[in-house]
Design a protein around this ligand. Structure first.
Ligand SMILES: NC(=O)c1ccc[n+]([C@@H]2O[C@H](COP(=O)([O-])OP(=O)(O)OC[C@H]3O[C@@H](n4cnc5c(N)ncnc54)[C@H](OP(=O)(O)O)[C@@H]3O)[C@@H](O)[C@H]2O)c1
Length: 268
């Protein structure tokens, strides 16, 4: 059945591929970007910065005026900062949380009155495998996704009486603009005791991402989830190896798991 989909961050990566694939499948797509973008699909592009609640509300209002409903919200827009927890700049930490966490909250709060009125809807929050385990030098990125995870668990229960579903997606490594858009700690080269380890671990992280899966695969998987009558609460979209890491995190003692994960990132 044709659905009205509101998706944030469609200028690249998951957002672009998902918007295009869902459009091909006949859904009605409204996607946000902070910049002017061209699309040869039937995607309706709306300008919005998810950190600016007024721009989000205006975008949501446009969809409601045109379609009268929003069936699916995909909270996709996001970015990452990298650096040691100790030396991270407060402004960078704020940017991370304001975008990945508060940004998603802004969109959820703007869409929910309409979904409650409809007594239906699905909210899809894009978390990360990094939202299930802290990744070295990605501490605040992981924190932003852990925050999404916790908020989504609570929201799922709050929205049950209104027949609104909350689905959390945890992608593994994919090759998108996420890697080049990552903002590195500007303090890293200034006598920073973490610098050698930071560079080593980040190079492994970036190699994993650049060798990651294509966003088109993500889009197909997400479309299957959206088209389910009763989607599950959480999904991991990743390689088998990354799924195994999630299982190991659940079953192994914390210190043992941290040792295994740390050694993957070159930490002795
Ligand atoms: N790639 C991966 O391996 C991976 C793995 C796990 C989770 N994720 C998550 O997947 C989501 C999408 O990432 P991606 O890999 O597709 O990265 P991407 O290619 O860098 O795309 C990110 C999108 O977010 C938008 N965005 C960033 N800040 C925004 C803001 N303040 N307001 C509105 N839009 C904003 C960007 O749009 P504009 O700059 O055009 O506004 C862009 O369209 C993110 O939440 C990310 O954390 C990615």
């Amino acid at each position: 059945m044709k659905k009205v989909v509101f998706i944030t961050g469609i200028s690249s990566g998951f957002g672009k591929s998902t918007a295009e694939y869902l459009d091909q499948k006949g859904h009605v797509i409204y996607g946000t970007s902070r910049k002017e973008i061209e699309t040869d699909h039937r995607i309706n592009v709306l300008k919005a910065d998810i950190t600016d609640i007024d721009s989000v509300k205006a975008a949501v209002e446009t969809v409601l005026q045109k379609e009268g409903r929003i069936d699916i919200l995909i909270n996709n827009a996001g970015m990452g900062i990298s650096g040691p927890v100790e030396t991270a700049l407060t402004d960078d930490i704020r940017l991370q949380m304001r975008t990945n966490f508060m940004g998603a909250v802004n969109v959820i709060q703007s869409v929910l009155p309409a979904m409650r009125g409809q007594k239906s809807g699905t909210i899809i929050n894009i978390s990360s495998i990094g939202g299930l385990m802290g990744l070295p030098f990605q501490g605040f990125y992981s924190a932003s996704k852990f925050a999404i995870e916790g908020m989504s668990e609570a929201l799922r229960m709050e929205l049950k009486p209104f027949n609104i579903k909350v689905v959390v997606i945890r992608p593994g490594d994919f090759f998108t603009s996420f890697t080049s858009n990552r903002k590195a700690d500007e303090n890293i080269s200034v006598n920073n005791p973490y610098e050698p380890q930071f560079r080593k671990s980040m190079s492994i992280i970036e190699t994993d991402e650049k060798g990651g899966m294509k966003p088109e695969f993500f889009a197909r998987k997400l479309a299957q989830i959206i088209e389910k009558k009763n989607p599950g609460s959480t999904y991991i979209i990743s390689t088998a190896e990354q799924k195994l890491a999630v299982v190991l995190k659940r079953i192994l003692p914390d210190a043992l798991f941290a040792g295994i994960l740390g050694s993957h990132y070159g930490i002795k």
